[in-house]
Structure formats: structure tokens, C-alpha cells
Design a protein around this ligand. Structure first.
Ligand SMILES: Nc1nc2c(ncn2[C@@H]2O[C@H](COP(=O)(O)OP(=O)(O)OP(=O)(O)O)[C@@H](O)[C@H]2O)c(=O)[nH]1
Ligand SMILES: [Mg+2]
Length: 307
């Protein structure tokens, strides 16, 4: 109990789930990481980087926010993409707030309208997060007006429009405050030490995939998957064995690189990051496997944690 002349009534604790929704490459995962002050979700310039539903928990003084990062909503070509869309849509259910993230450096097109059509039909409050304002504000109004056109005479689920830069951490405090204002009162779901419930083997697989993505261009990343097959905790070192899947032999050659240089660099970068998370020396062994059309094979997708 708090007593004293100046003591204000104690504000209640607020908790809730907040889904990050938007098209590929708009900066959802970057935003998640900036909220947590910690890298949980991998980021790359290649669209469709995120393939899992990843929860990150932000612990504030009077609130606990469970952010749910999702794959970008996009047109599907095969089973994997279809699954990613389902994940994104399913994440909307059971959340208290939707962060609808858009990229203001790009003009909103028909694909954006489709996302808007999905969002306008549901009742959960939305914050439209206008991201990448460090690159200018050219299309900010196009997004706001585009949304209002779609809302028409309906009830508008958007509670706030907040321009931010996830990369430069601009306006993140304002955004956090807006989120908390929309959360219901309730006790925390997670204990204060937990920052993510993303399983370690999937997190390491994603880190390896990110390092591959960083060095590849255009189409090839969509042919790459990583599976962590074994994690062995020995006394002084943690041994991680991982397979990199590609669709064709020519892709395998690219991943291995000249005299093994590509895969070696991926291994070094991934190992360094994993050591930072585990705070222990890591031995990382990578090998490349050709698996034709893995994106359409339900069993493989399941093994990769994509289903
Ligand atoms: N200039 C600028 N770039 C940003 C900002 N936020 C993210 N990016 C860049 O945008 C690209 C995509 O970022 P991600 O966070 O991976 O985007 P995403 O929405 O999670 O993408 P998917 O997982 O593919 O759906 C990366 O190259 C980021 O560095 C920002 O505020 N400003
Ligand atoms: Mg992402």
C-alpha cells in the first residue's frame, strides 16, 4: 500500500498481445528488436525473411507487452508462402492490438490495399505504424488517405497513426505509450527474465539463414532453409550441427563458395552471434544438402518448424 499526501492512486498493470502485421520488408522484425532492445527476430533486405511466428516480450514498469512478429502478408506461390500467410492472419486473432506496419518509402499499391481489406474487417484496435521516416515522409499521407478510403462509412479500427523509424529508434517511446494505452489491465503472462519463447534451435537456424541472406541477392534466398539438427552442450563448448537446404546443385555451389569461402564466412558470423546469446563458446558445423522443391513438401516444412 502506498500512503502519503502526494501519492496518486496506483496505476494498474497492463498486459496484452500485440501483432506486427504488414507486407514483407516493411520493417516488422526491426521494430520488434528495437522494442526489446535485443535482437530476437532476424532482419534482411530480402522480402519474406521471417518464416515463424516469433514472440518477444517487453517488460515495462507498469506493463508487459507480448509482441508477435509475423511473416509479411504476400501473394502465395507454394505451400511455404501459403503457410506464412496463414501464420500472419492467425496472429491477428487473440491479440489486443495490431501494429499495422507500412513502409513510407514505397507508394502504397494494390498489394497494400489487400492487406488493408483484411484489417478493416476486424474489430481489434490498430495502430498504423508509418515506418522508415528517416528516408523522408513522401508517402505518409498516401497511406493514411488510402486507409480512410477503404474504411469509408465503416467504423475505423485505427486508433493512432504514428510515424517512426525502427532503424534509428525514432518515436518508439510515443508508439509504446500508444500501445500501452490500448492494452487491458491484467497480470503479466511471462516472468521478467523471459524475452522470447522462440525455441533455441529455430532461433539459431534463423541466425544462420540471416547470415546467408546478407550475402545473397534476389531469388536464391527463397530457396534456402536451415535446420539445426543437434545441439550438444559439453562442458566448455556448445556444439551445433546444422544443415542448409537448397533446391539445386548449382545453388549448393554458391553456398559453399570458392574454396569454401562463402560457407566459412556464414559460419563465423553465425557462431559469433550465437556465442553472444549463449554466453559460451560455440562450435558450429554446417553442411549443405540439395533437396528439390523442399518448399512444397509438408514433411520437410514440419521439420523446419514452418508448420
Ligand atoms: N531506412 C530504414 N530501413 C529500415 C527501417 N526499418 C527496417 N529497415 C530495413 O528494411 C529491411 C526489412 O526489414 P525487416 O525488419 O526484415 O522487415 P520485415 O517486415 O520483418 O520483413 P519480412 O520478415 O520479410 O516480412 C531491412 O533491410 C531493414 O534494415 C527504418 O526505419 N528505416
Ligand atoms: Mg520479418
Amino acid at each position: 500500500m502506498e500512503f502519503g499526501m502526494n501519492s496518486e492512486p496506483r496505476a494498474e498493470f497492463r498486459t496484452g498481445f500485440v501483432a506486427l502485421i504488414g507486407r514483407p520488408n516493411v520493417g516488422k522484425s526491426t521494430l520488434l528488436n528495437v522494442f526489446l532492445g535485443n535482437k530476437i527476430s532476424i532482419v534482411s533486405g530480402i522480402p519474406q525473411t521471417t518464416r515463424h511466428q516469433i514472440r518477444g516480450i517487453a517488460h515495462l514498469r507498469r506493463a508487459q507487452i507480448v509482441f508477435v512478429d509475423t511473416p509479411g502478408i504476400h501473394r502465395f506461390r507454394h505451400k511455404l508462402a501459403n503457410h506464412l500467410n496463414t501464420l500472419a492472419r492467425r496472429s491477428i486473432e487473440d491479440t489486443e492490438v495490431i501494429l499495422y506496419v507500412v513502409d513510407v518509402t514505397r507508394r502504397p499499391g494494390p498489394e497494400e490495399q489487400k492487406v488493408m481489406m483484411v484489417l478493416v474487417k476486424q474489430k481489434i484496435p490498430i495502430i498504423m505504424v508509418l515506418n522508415k521516416i528517416d528516408k523522408g515522409k513522401k508517402y505518409v499521407n498516401d497511406y493514411i488517405e488510402g486507409w480512410k478510403d477503404i474504411v469509408g462509412k465503416r467504423e475505423d479500427p485505427v486508433a493512432y497513426y504514428i510515424p517512426v523509424s525502427a532503424q534509428k529508434a525514432t518515436n518508439i517511446d510515443e508508439l509504446t505509450e500508444a500501445i500501452v494505452s490500448l492494452l487491458p489491465e491484467g497480470p503479466p503472462f511471462y516472468d521478467p527474465q523471459t524475452t522470447t519463447d522462440f525455441p533455441l534451435h529455430l532461433r539459431i537456424a534463423d541466425i544462420i539463414r540471416e547470415k546467408i541472406f546478407e550475402s545473397l541477392t534476389e531469388e536464391l534466398p527463397h530457396s534456402v532453409a536451415v535446420e539445426v539438427e543437434e545441439i550438444e552442450d559439453k562442458e566448455k563448448v556448445i556444439c551445433v550441427f546444422a544443415a542448409i537446404y537448397v533446391n539445386r546443385n548449382s545453388q549448393k555451389q554458391i553456398i559453399i563458395g570458392k574454396k569454401g569461402a562463402f560457407i566459412k564466412n556464414v559460419g563465423i558470423a553465425a557462431r559469433t552471434e550465437v556465442e553472444g546469446i549463449l554466453e559460451k563458446k560455440v562450435y558450429l558445423q554446417l553442411h549443405v544438402r540439395v533437396l528439390k522443391d523442399w518448399q512444397s513438401k509438408p514433411r520437410i516444412l514440419q521439420e523446419l518448424g514452418y508448420c
